[in-house]
Design a protein around this ligand. Structure first.
Ligand code: NAP
Length: 305
């Protein structure tokens, strides 16, 4: 039976709120530091979908006063060229955050590129140091998509603590960090993947389902517990349309709340990335101030030794 009360968890209004706060933080950063926070996006070869995504990042930054630059390398760029471009950005004090557009060409090893990013500028939380900090519950940089998947629940007032959550997908950038964030919010979490034996049975137990598999129609209404909350991270193109991993038509009749695709997690991801950038800029500026004002031990203290 149709459930007219299923609530649509839309990302855009939350993203607008976040961007308004970021715009204020950017003004205050500029007043203190005499320049806006700076983002650099490393792009290796350009294809049509990434062009759309990148232009969206550029517009998002311009709206809140962040300076964004693209560092474009030819599609045939070598691993060494990419790593060297990242190192230059690491050393540039006007660049506060570095992201690398994925996927990289198959000739370039992801690990080499990820390891080259300064963890202090790794605003999409892909460096192993930031992944480790998240795992241990410290305050590093979170992967923006996983952050958005959990933040949309928090900001929509969905109760997470004590609830059974199933995360479908175990990638380093979405599934696993989303699972760790849910644990941090005191949910009881099961992580499913392509080798999970009975996915439907796992989904049926869940109060909260986050799906990030890249598999359209993977979560159906018939598999959901009535009243479950569903966060659809998937982005798939089917017959020229963008759809998620959830069969929205059947799921909306069973769920109590559900994110649409497009318009759910996506807009929030971009807005949160801006908050990460401002935080990176503030932290680095503070570190530089501390380094610049470090005093030599006074004569009296030296005499005490
Ligand atoms: P990924 O690296 O390909 O990982 C997919 C995960 O899903 C893997 O862990 C895989 O299991 C699991 N999986 C695949 N098919 C499955 C099935 N039939 N049953 C259960 N698990 C299955 O992808 P990703 O980078 O995490 O991205 C996931 C989705 O999110 C994609 O659709 C991507 O486009 C989307 N995405 C959205 C945003 C956003 O802003 N909304 C941002 C990034 C990505 P194994 O580990 O066993 O292979």
């Amino acid at each position: 039976m149709a459930n007219p009360s299923a609530r649509l968890l839309e990302g855009a209004p939350i993203a607008d709120e976040i961007r308004a706060a970021v715009a204020e933080d950017v003004i205050s950063f500029k007043n203190t530091n005499g320049r806006p926070p700076g983002l650099a996006v490393v792009i290796v070869g350009r294809d049509a979908p990434s062009t759309v995504y990148l232009e969206r990042i550029l517009r998002g930054c311009a709206k809140v006063g962040i300076k964004a630059e693209f560092v474009e390398l030819e599609g045939e760029a070598t691993e060494r060229t990419v790593v060297s471009a990242i190192r230059q950005l690491n050393a540039d004090p006007t660049v506060d955050g570095v992201i690398v557009q994925m996927p990289l060409p198959p000739t370039i090893r992801l690990r080499e590129v990820v390891d080259a990013i300064d963890p202090a500028k790794d605003i999409d939380g892909i460096h192993p140091l930031n992944a480790g900090l998240l795992r241990l519950g410290y305050d590093g940089f979170l992967p923006a998509t996983a952050h958005a998947a959990v933040e949309i629940l928090r900001r929509s007032g969905i109760e997470i603590a004590g609830r059974d959550a199933v995360v479908i997908g175990r990638s380093a950038v979405v599934g696993m960090p989303a699972a760790f964030l849910l644990v941090r919010e005191d949910a009881t979490v099961t992580v499913c993947h392509s080798r999970t034996r009975d996915l439907a049975a796992q989904i049926r137990r869940a109060d909260i389902v986050i799906v990030a598999a890249g598999h359209p129609g993977l979560v159906r209404g018939a598999d959901l517990k009535p009243g479950a909350v569903v966060v659809d991270v998937g982005i798939n193109v089917v017959d020229g349309r963008i759809v998620g991993d959830v069969d929205f038509g059947s799921a909306v009749e069973v769920a109590s709340a559900i994110t649409p695709v497009p318009g759910g997690v996506g807009p929030l991801t971009n807005a949160l990335l801006l908050t990460h950038l401002v935080r990176a800029a503030e932290r680095q500026a503070t570190d530089r101030r501390i380094a610049a004002t470090k005093l030599e031990p006074t004569a009296a203290l030296q005499g005490d030794r």
